[in-house]
Design a protein around this ligand. Sequence first.
Ligand SMILES: [Zn+2]
Length: 120
Amino acid sequence: MAQIVVYVKGKVVPSKESVIHSGIYESRPEMNAVFHIHDQLVVGLADELKLPCTEGEQPRGSYELAKEVQRMLSLRKDARYLVLRNHGVVAVGETMAAAGRLAEDVNRMARNLTQRMCNS
Ligand SMILES: [Zn+2]
């Protein structure tokens, strides 16, 4: 079974999904921030919002998921936002503020779409 080993420093136990973060930093050295959140509203509307999304559902924290994210980012050099099917989202940026703003902006788009769907 393939593995990715990630070494981290800090005062808290790292997420089991650190392998995703590590893979993104490896693929995108110009990025300094990765937000990985479980935004179920966006995940549920990924296709309607036409967001790049992983093809299949991979186990959380798995080598396969980290590799699929890396593959998608290498195919889309300008992509800064990805949906992990039935799981969550990833927003990347040069700064924490930029990545966070992107995650908030996409969530706002999803809420707006939901309102339009409810009003029609
Ligand atoms: Zn996750």
